[in-house]
Design a protein around this ligand. Structure first.
Ligand SMILES: *Cc1c(COP(=O)(O)O)cnc(C)c1O
Length: 395
């Protein structure tokens, strides 16, 4: 049996202890990785009665239960349970399918992760669900957008690529008054820095591919719910036949153990690089809610307990060639999608490719950075070289 600690534990400690009972597995620190489909019953009577702790690989193993328990623990006491799915996008689509159906209407923030929009505009449209996109800064005015059949409000803070902070408690209050649920994409802050269920969220999704995995080597997603919404999530998981391979479950659990220290470093280094970029003459604006100058800073400070290592910048007007020269000169920043790993990344993006409810009018090109676990001084020196190459291209 696991020993029971004498005092309530802090979040960092709980990440180490949650979902782990070494004495139930011969003392080994980590749970075994069960590769499994069939589960054998000892007798015909047991088989007929489904009398077994586990029924079938897809329906759960000690390995998946360990990760589910740890994820639920990370969310805090207002969480009713966690469901594991093969990607962050699967977490989004499964959460939506769990609680929204034909004839329903949903409200989705215009700053949402682009594939969430693809799901709503594609599959949800085909299934008879109507989507309205709204300004992420709408706050309590979201009430004006409700229809009699509005079933859910989808929030994401900060917004993908553009980093607007939403007033989630205000939106949740209106949604609940009108009998709708709030679904949040909490990939950026993670439950360590935003306690979704304490702020009125009913269902939270994370791309575990990002900070939970932390090493750019797994695809994984998780959905957590309150005691009220969790059963619908588990049903949707079972209907859809989803499951995550045991090796990826193991890597997610391993990533979770070090997530608090990694996030602390991503936050600190990210802020150092963001402040340095904000002071550069080539940069018009840094989109990072933990910067005092950011329009979302006050709400971020009120609702969040930290920031991760992902933010964007808007450059002053310049040629594409100059931006490419900057990016191509970088040696420590990889150019690629996804984020949350130990390495730094940069991409160029344009929200105008998909926004419909709000105007996106930056003065110049926009870049998104993920600040990894390298020494930030090395990253700053690398960016300085990039700006030199930019200047040459502009000359
Ligand atoms: C990456 C990402 C996802 C999707 O995660 P995958 O594991 O790549 O499917 C969802 N939401 C946000 C905010 C993301 O950044």
């Amino acid at each position: 049996m696991a020993k029971t600690p004498k005092k309530p534990l802090k979040a960092e400690t709980r990440l180490i202890t949650a979902g782990r009972d070494p004495q139930s597995q011969f003392g080994f620190v980590n749970p075994p990785v069960y590769h499994a489909s069939t589960v054998l019953y000892p007798t015909a009577e047991d088989q007929v009665a489904h009398r077994s702790r586990y029924q079938y690989g897809r329906r759960g193993t000690p390995t998946t239960e360990a990760l589910e328990a740890a994820l639920q623990d990370m969310e805090g006491p207002n969480c009713g349970g966690a469901v594991l799915v093969p990607s962050g996008l699967a977490a989004i689509s499964t959460a939506l399918l769990a609680v929204v159906g034909a004839g329903d209407h949903i409200l989705v923030t215009d700053s949402v992760y682009r594939p969430t929009r693809n799901f709503c505009n594609g599959m949800f449209k085909r299934l008879g669900v109507e989507t309205t996109y709204y300004d992420p800064l709408v706050g309590a005015d979201i009430g004006k957008l409700f229809k009699p059949n509005t079933k859910a409000v989808f929030v994401e803070a900060p917004g993908s690529q553009s980093f607007e902070i939403q007033d989630i408690p205000a939106i949740a209050k209106v949604a609940h008054d009108k009998g709708a649920l709030v679904i949040m994409d909490n990939t950026w802050a993670t439950p360590l820095y935003f306690k979704a269920f304490d702020k009125g969220v009913d269902i939270s999704v994370q791309a575990g591919t990002k900070y939970i995995g932390g090493h750019s080597d797994i695809m994984f997603g998780c959905i957590t719910g309150t005691a009220a919404t969790y059963p619908a999530l588990k049903d949707a998981y079972n209907y859809l036949g989803l499951c995550v391979g045991p090796d990826d479950v193991f890597l997610a659990l391993r990533g979770l153990r070090t997530m608090a220290v990694r996030l602390k470093q991503h936050q600190e280094a990210g802020l150092k690089v963001a402040r340095w970029l904000a002071a550069r003459p080539e940069v018009a604006r840094v989109m990072h809610p933990a910067l005092e100058s950011d329009p979302g800073h006050a709400i971020w400070k009120r609702d969040f307990t930290g920031a991760s290592g992902l933010f964007s910048i808007e450059l002053k007007p310049m040629s594409e060639a100059a931006v490419y020269a900057f990016m191509n000169a970088l040696t420590l920043f990889g150019m690629g999608f996804s984020w949350g790993g130990f390495e730094s990344l940069v991409i160029i993006f344009d929200c105008n490719e998909y926004r419909t409810a709000t105007k996106w009018a930056p003065s110049g090109p926009t870049l998104r950075f993920h600040i990894g676990l390298e020494d930030p001084d090395d990253l700053i020196a690398d960016l300085d070289d990039g700006f030199k190459a930019m200047a040459q291209a502009l000359a």
